[in-house]
Each structure stands twice: as structure tokens, then as C-alpha cells.
Write a protein that binds this ligand. Structure first.
Ligand code: PEP
Length: 252
């Protein structure tokens, strides 16, 4: 069962990177932050969830999955249930990442079903939304984000454990970052949209920004309206990089 969700969160998404030897990056990070004032989360490939959780036991760093199946068990070769992630030591799960949506055809409806499964298993889901470059250039960004939030979140959302990540597809792994005004516009609109749907309880849902966050740009992003942390890909793989982002969040 997840600890109480962190209001400010630095979450690392290792994607399909890392082997057992990479666990030293996680333990180094834990040594650097024995008493962090923000949540720190690492989401390694599924094969590393249990060993990472074991290596980090006694530390304040949490471990998460990168996907789960909507069903609790059954004939779904290659998939992992939310309960199995919990059993392996996960507290969080990333859902609806744009790479899952693109590579595996995940729709908003599928993401909503997985999100419900995560709630039921006691995981904190980090639900990802974000526009493509084509959509941004067509002036559709806010409509796209509102539509994705509407479809990817179940009505029975648990506001105490839900986390949202805004990740413009064109900013992921590209070194391109929206302007701070663009980030603020989307985050403010997400907050308004979530409050309109779920009520005032949505004021405490952490809204993460993701897309080419680095130690050098983290502070200004964390100073942006309604940004409560980051979902970080490449810069989360090395403790030396990720620690700069965690420190920036602690200082925000
Ligand atoms: C991501 O994978 O969620 C991500 C934001 O990647 P990067 O930080 O490498 O852009």
C-alpha cells in the first residue's frame, strides 16, 4: 500500500533502460537524500522493481511501475497487474505515457481503466497527458489536454492518490522545452479543469511537468504556476543528474 502521496514529487522514468548494475544509481541517490523534503520516485523497468525496492528499503525513495494491466489477473501474456506491482514493492505507476499511447495504441479509455485498477490495488497512478507538435502548432493544446484528462481519468478517481503529468510529446527526449508561459497556461488550465470535475479536493492533486527537464532548467520550471514537480526521463538515470533536479524541487 502506498505511503501518503507526496505533494511535491520528483519522479524518474527509466523507460527501457537499466540492469541490475544500475541499482547503484538508486542507492547513491538514497544516500544523497536521507531525509528529503519532497517525494522522490524511481520507475525502473519491471524486472528491476523488486530488486530496487529491496535495495531502497529503509530509504525515503519510492519505486513505481511504468504501466499496468486493467484486469487484476488472467490470460494476458506479458502484462503485469497493479496488484503484482504492489507485491513487487511499487507505490506508484506511470499510466498513459505518450510512448505507451504511440507504441501500444493505448487510448484514453484504456488509460482510465488502468487508472481505476491502480486505485483499487492501492497504487498512486501518475496519469500522463500531452499534445503533439502538430496539435500545438494548430492551437489545439488546451483542447487536447482537456479531452485527454476527461477520458483518461475515471469518475471514481481517488484524489488522495492521483498524480497528473503534463508531457508535451515534442518535448520528450528532444531537449526542447515549452516556454514557462506555455507550461503555466497548461498547468493552470489543468487545475481549473480538474476542480470543475472533481471539486475543491482537486486543488491538492500534484501536477508534474515532463519533457527534457534537466538540473539546469529545473528551478525555473518548479517556480512556474501550478507545477508541483517533474516526471523525468533521461536525466533520472544517473544520480548525479537527478540529484540536481531533486535539490531544485526542495528549494522551490
Ligand atoms: C519522460 O519519459 O517522461 C520524459 C519526460 O523524458 P525526458 O525527460 O528524457 O524528456
Amino acid at each position: 500500500m502506498a505511503d501518503s502521496k507526496a505533494r511535491k514529487l520528483a519522479a524518474g522514468n527509466w523507460k527501457m533502460n537499466g540492469v541490475k548494475a544500475s541499482l547503484s544509481e538508486a542507492t547513491t541517490l538514497a544516500e544523497m537524500f536521507p531525509t528529503p523534503t519532497v517525494g522522490i520516485l524511481l520507475c525502473p523497468p519491471a524486472t528491476l522493481i523488486a530488486p530496487m525496492a529491496a535495495a531502497l528499503s529503509g530509504s525515503k525513495i519510492r519505486v513505481g511501475g511504468q504501466d499496468c494491466h486493467a484486469k487484476p489477473s488472467g490470460a494476458h501474456t506479458g502484462d503485469i497487474s497493479a496488484a503484482a506491482l504492489v507485491d513487487a514493492g511499487a507505490d506508484y505507476v506511470i499510466l498513459g505515457h505518450s510512448e505507451r499511447r504511440a507504441d501500444h495504441g493505448e487510448t484514453d479509455h484504456m488509460v482510465a481503466e488502468k487508472t481505476l485498477a491502480a486505485f483499487m490495488a492501492g497504487l498512486s497512478p501518475i496519469v500522463c497527458v500531452g499534445e503533439t507538435l502538430e496539435q500545438r502548432e494548430a492551437g489545439e493544446t488546451l483542447d487536447v489536454i482537456r479531452h485527454q484528462l476527461a477520458g483518461s481519468l475515471p469518475n471514481a478517481s481517488d484524489l488522495d492518490t492521483l498524480v497528473i503529468a503534463y508531457e508535451p510529446v515534442w518535448a520528450i527526449g528532444t531537449g526542447k522545452v515549452p516556454t514557462l508561459e506555455q507550461i503555466a497556461e497548461v498547468h493552470d488550465d489543468m487545475r481549473t479543469t480538474l476542480i470543475a470535475r472533481f471539486g475543491d479536493g482537486a486543488t491538492s492533486i500534484p501536477l508534474l511537468y515532463g519533457g527534457s527537464v534537466k538540473p539546469s532548467n529545473a528551478a525555473e520550471i518548479f517556480a512556474t504556476s501550478n507545477v508541483d514537480g517533474a516526471l523525468v526521463g533521461g536525466a533520472s538515470l544517473k544520480a548525479a543528474d537527478f540529484s540536481g533536479i531533486v535539490t531544485a524541487l526542495q528549494n522551490a
